[in-house]
Structures are given as C-alpha cells and as structure tokens.
Design a binder for this molecule. Structure first.
Ligand code: FES
Length: 572
C-alpha cells in the first residue's frame, strides 16, 4: 500500500547504507514515488538496494545471453533480504572489431564501462551490486568499478562458448583468424576456410580458449571477487543460473557484513592473481587489466611485481592458444579452484586473503568440492610443470625502458635477434604479410598504436594470426606499443613503453636496425649506438594526433602509459 506517513517509515536494515538515506524519511517522497512506479513496495524501503549490472549486447555472442541471468541474481538477492534492480552497461566486441578502426574502441570501452557503472550505482544510491560480464573489456571494466566505488559487490562471468568440431578436431575463433592467414598464403582453399568459419564458435558465450575473456574470468576467482567455480561453466550450462542465484545471495551476506572490494583487493590478492595469470599462461591483457584494477583499488602493484612472480611461478595449464584445451575442458576437471588449490598446496599463493564468500581463500577452497577425475592432461602439478617459469615475462631494455610484455607460453623461442621492419599502423603490416614480403628473421615493429597513439591500443591479432597461418609464427617476431589478443601465438612483444606517441625509443627504430628479444634474460634491446639514437631523436617530428574529437580524443588526452595499466587519470 502506498502513501505511508513518515511515522510508518521502516527502519534502515543492515546494509541499506546509501539507499535508506535516499529513499527513507518523509522528504524523500519524490525519490520513493519513482520506486512505486516500477513495482517496489513500501516494505522494500530499508532493505539493502542492490544493482544488477549487466554488460549486454546482441552485437556478438559474448554477452548475447547475459540478460537471462538477471532473474536468478534478483531471486538470490530477494532470498537474502535485499531488493535487486538491473541496469545495463556497454560491450565492444573484440572479435568483431579486430583488425579494424573499431578495435581502437576496445580498451577505451573498459573505461567507459567502469565510468558507466560508477555513474549508475552512485547516482541512484545503490548499496552494492552484482556485475555480470562476458567479452574481454566488460570484465576488468566492471571489476574496476567495484574497486573504485568500493561498495559491497561481486563479479560474475557470463561464461564462454562451447568449442566447435569437425569430426574429432576441436575449433575456436582463433582458428578462423589463423585459417585466414593460411588462406591468403595459399595453404588452404576458400572452402576449407568457410568450413571452419561455420563451426568455430557454435554457441553464445565468450571465446572458448584461454584468451582475454577466460583469463579475466579465472582471475576474478583468483582475486577473490567472484564465487569459486563460477568462471568455468559454459554460457549454455544450467550451472550459470545456479551461480547467478548464489552470487545474488552472497551479495546479501556481503551487504550485511559490510565487506567491500578494497577489503578483498589487497596487495596479497593481486599477488595471488598475478601468480594465477603466470601459472595459467593467460592473456598478456591480464597484466594491463590487473595494473588498472590495482590503480582503482589504491594498491601499489607494478610490472616489477609481475616480473618477480613470473620468475618463480611454474606454468601448469594447457589451454589454447598455447595448449590444447578450452574452458569447457577445464570446467570438467575443476575449473579455477583446481588451479588455485594446486598453487596453494605448493605454497605459491596466500590462502589468508578474504574473498566474496566472506571467508578466506583457503577456507573457501577447503569447502569447495573438486571432481575426482584425472586432470593432469590439462592442469599439471606445480612440481611437474609445462615450463618452470610463468607464461608471461616482463622485458626491459633500450627499446622499452618502462617495460614490455611477452607471452612466453605462446612460443618455444626464448631468444630472437632480427632486423626491424617498421610500420606506423597495423594495416600496412598486415598488407606486408599478405603480400609475402615478410621473411624469416624479420622483426615487425608496429608503432603509434599505443594507448595515446592509436588511440586505444588496439590488438594486433590480424597480423599475428596471419604470420602463424603463413607458417612464420616462430621465425618472425613482432614488437609493438599496441596489444595482443589472448589468442595470439608466436614471438610477440607488446605494451612497449613509453609508446611512440609519447616519444619512446620505439619511435626511433628504422628499417634494418637489429633488435634483440631475450625472454630468459628479460631484455628487449635496440642494437643501435647511443649517438645514432640521439641524432634520430633530434630529428624526430611529433606526429599529429589521430583523433581530434570525440571519445578517442578525450581518451588520448587522459590515458596513462601501458606500464601503469593505460588508465584514464584525471589531470587535476
Ligand atoms: Fe568476446 Fe572473445 S571476442 S570474448
């Protein structure tokens, strides 16, 4: 019944910190009037008000289904004594924008997502929220908002797609990119390419391999921001609904106990996540996103931490693109909790950190029931790793004084010395591969594609996949101030900092210069004398900005170096 007098106003329930101030009390009648319009009841005032933030879009399969999960989350919230209201955030689909103008909006969308969640949650006085992501940037974007707003919140992944099959052979979207490379170099027919294209991503859900989406999903468990086991069920699994319900319910407990993301996102939690990233051989984007999340959480966590952790973390997970398996396979043997348990038992992570379960990671893992099935083919024991050190290494040297990243899991080559072929955009590099002018021993230097320069630091999957498809994956290297897709394979060094647009040494490279990549020693060297580099620097003319209006121009004016997560920092 509407129209209660102020005397009948309910008391604020535990956890209704922000909402009661907005909706309780007589003078808040105008605010309340809008709640009655959408079906809330006076008895709802005083209960914690939780947002259900859903990154949803029909622009591709990754977030196609996420709206369907809202009802389950809201039911969990209701059963926990809370009120849940849903709201959207945007999606930029990486695969559909890959290799095009659109890719410049991908990393930018991470900031837009974080900003849009902040705006909605704070403007409408939500006490906390559940965030559901899918495609690559939706996940760090939502987690960054959790850290930034610091109200009780839980992340949940929408799940990845099932793999495709032709006979017994398994396919993912990465294969389509590489088949394009094989097609343009004359290795396969158009018919073979079409056949793979039709089966590679057979259901809705994010990319099936351990590319960026699944990497970030696993990391959400490693950070303690998601319920254990919630990242690996496929998007089509009925367990998604169960996790959605449980996530809603768990948020109720967090609201009641006042546990906030920054209670969870400690330095130790970031160490755990970085260890999980290295042990799993996940996407290099994981580095960028963890740096950005640490920035939002106010935790000092740098490339040096990744470097130190990488050196002592064994790489133990065999998933595509480096290994054989996909997320659905990992799910069958225990998902991220299996990895975390192995790392905990080996003393490589800290079990004392708090998680969204309200318990420590060690307690939660102890209570989690892992399936009793053989798993050594996917997840090795840390004492018998695939490689003794982590799947990603940080490189430094004259070409990247602030750092660069290389995915060692994606290549068997640890040292590469070659001649630079310089490109100021991705398209001309792709055309060079397509035209057959790239040869063994070349180092493709693709620059002015960094956070500021592109702007938006696009991924170079089109070029790297074309190299792999042309059989040059292990004989041609790439060095760029852009990013790589999680699906990238080969000797690929990205995130070179400072970037060319900020006057980094990568801007000084010329065709024919010798470049050394040494992943064991962590070095990336431009083998040109200091005098010559000084001469080139004197002659260097700054390039005009590629974007002068709109979102990309705003982003370029605010974005930080990739070595600090490419976050948009206010210039106050
Ligand atoms: Fe969306 Fe891969 S393109 S997860």
């Amino acid at each position: 019944m509407h129209g209660r007098s102020s005397g009948e106003m309910p008391m604020s329930g535990k956890g209704a910190v922000y909402s009661f101030e907005r909706f309780g009390g007589t003078i808040n009648a105008p605010h309340r009037a809008f709640l009655w319009s959408i079906g809330l009841d006076p008895s709802d005032i005083g209960k914690p008000l939780a947002g259900v933030v859903v990154a949803w879009s029909e622009s591709g399969p990754c977030n196609f289904h996420t709206l369907n999960l809202i009802g389950y989350v809201k039911q969990g919230l209701r059963d926990a004594g809370c009120v849940g209201l849903a709201m959207p955030t945007i999606v930029v689909n990486d695969n559909i924008s890959m290799g095009t103008e659109g890719m410049r909006y991908s990393l930018v969308s991470r900031e837009v997502i974080a900003d849009s969640v902040e705006a909605q949650i704070v403007a409408h006085a939500y006490d906390g929220f559940v965030g559901i992501g899918g495609c690559d940037k939706t996940q760090p974007g939502i987690m960054m908002a959790m850290a930034r707003i610091n109200r009780p919140s839980i992340y949940m992944y929408g799940g990845s797609a099932e793999p495709g099959f032709i006979g017994e052979k398994k396919f993912t979207i990465e294969d389509v990119h590489e088949y394009v490379g094989a097609y343009i170099s004359g290795k396969i027919s158009e018919q073979e390419l079409l056949q793979v294209e039709m089966v590679a991503h057979p259901t809705y859900g994010a990319c099936a391999g351990l590319f960026t989406a699944n990497t970030m999903a696993i990391l959400s468990e490693g950070l303690g921001l998601a319920l254990l086991g919630s990242s690996s069920p496929t998007a089509t699994s009925s367990r998604r609904a169960i996790f959605a319900y449980e996530t809603g319910k768990a948020l109720g407990t967090l609201l009641e106990n006042g546990i906030k993301p920054r209670d969870i996102l400690t330095y130790e939690a970031f160490r755990n996540a970085a260890t999980l990233l290295m042990a799993s051989g996940g996407s290099t984007n994981g580095i960028l996103h963890l740096l950005a999340l640490a920035y939002e959480a106010g935790v000092k966590f740098t490339l040096d931490d990744f470097d130190e952790i990488s050196k002592k973390t064994p790489y133990i997970l065999s998933m595509r693109p480096a290994g054989e398996f996909v997320m659905a396979d990992l799910d069958r043997v225990g998902g991220a909790p299996l990895l975390l348990k192995k790392l905990l038992d080996a003393g490589l992570i800290d079990g004392g950190v708090l998680t969204v379960s309200g318990k420590t990671l060690a307690q939660s893992l102890k209570e989690y029931r892992l399936p009793d099935v053989p798993h050594e083919h996917i997840v090795r024991d840390p004492s018998k790793p695939i490689k003794k050190t982590g799947g990603i290494r940080i490189l430094r040297g004259s070409l990247a004084p602030e750092g660069a990243v290389v995915k060692t899991a994606a290549t068997g080559v640890t040292r590469f010395e070659g001649s630079a072929r310089v490109f100021d955009d991705e398209e001309s590099a792709f055309e060079a591969v397509r035209g057959g002018t790239v040869k063994e021993g070349d180092v493709l230097v693709i620059r002015y594609v960094g956070p500021k320069g592109a702007p938006g630091m696009p991924e170079m999957l089109r070029v790297t996949a074309a190299l792999s498809g042309a059989g040059l994956g292990e004989s041609v290297a790439m060095v760029t101030d852009g990013r790589f897709s999680g699906a990238t394979r080969g000797i690929m060094v990205g995130h070179v900092a400072p970037e060319a647009a900020s006057g980094g040494p990568i801007a000084l490279v010329e065709d024919g210069d010798k470049i050394l990549i040494d992943t064991d020693a962590g070095r990336l060297e431009l083998q040109v004398s200091r005098e010559e580099l000084e001469r080139r620097r004197r002659d260097l003319k700054p390039k005009p900005p590629k974007a002068t209006s709109g979102l990309l121009a705003k982003y370029a004016s605010l974005v930080s170096s990739a070595s600090t997560g490419a976050v948009t920092m206010p210039r106050l």
